[in-house]
Ligand binder design. Structure first.
Ligand code: SF4
Length: 124
């Protein structure tokens, strides 16, 4: 079977939990940065949770789904799974040693590390 580098996928859809904490905001900022760098398209997790038809149909057309979660509650991954999707790349901010706190600053160093983890995951 031919191996395929996921980073070559023409349609990478990125979902972040975007939660109300530092790690949630890091997940959001990493997703924004990845989209701005052309690594994928930032997609609407709320639309998946709301079963919005246009968004679920567009997600079905995505070749690679990325879920970025702030913490082990895994809201982004669970929301996707609840709608029948299985993200091929899943990164959890707290797994990188960032402690969850109820503040909203997205630390730039942690954000860069999360984006790099996603890029690594896309390379397979
Ligand atoms: S995964 Fe954690 S940080 Fe993200 S929305 Fe859920 S509880 Fe909040």
């Amino acid at each position: 079977m031919e191996e395929k580098c996921l980073c070559e996928a023409s349609d990478v859809l990125i979902f972040s939990c975007s939660g109300g904490s530092n790690v949630g905001q890091i997940s959001n900022q990493a997703a924004v940065d990845l989209a701005r760098d052309g690594k994928g398209r930032l997609f609407c997790l709320a639309g998946i949770g709301g079963h919005v038809k246009a968004i679920t149909e567009a997600t079905k057309a995505g070749e690679v789904l990325v879920a970025i979660d702030g913490c082990p509650v895994h809201c982004a991954k669970k929301t996707l799974e609840h709608a029948g999707f299985s993200p091929q790349v899943h990164v959890v901010v707290t797994d990188l040693g960032v402690e969850k706190a109820h503040k909203l600053e997205a630390d730039p160093v942690a954000t860069r590390s999360v984006a790099e983890m996603v890029e690594k995951g896309l390379k397979g």
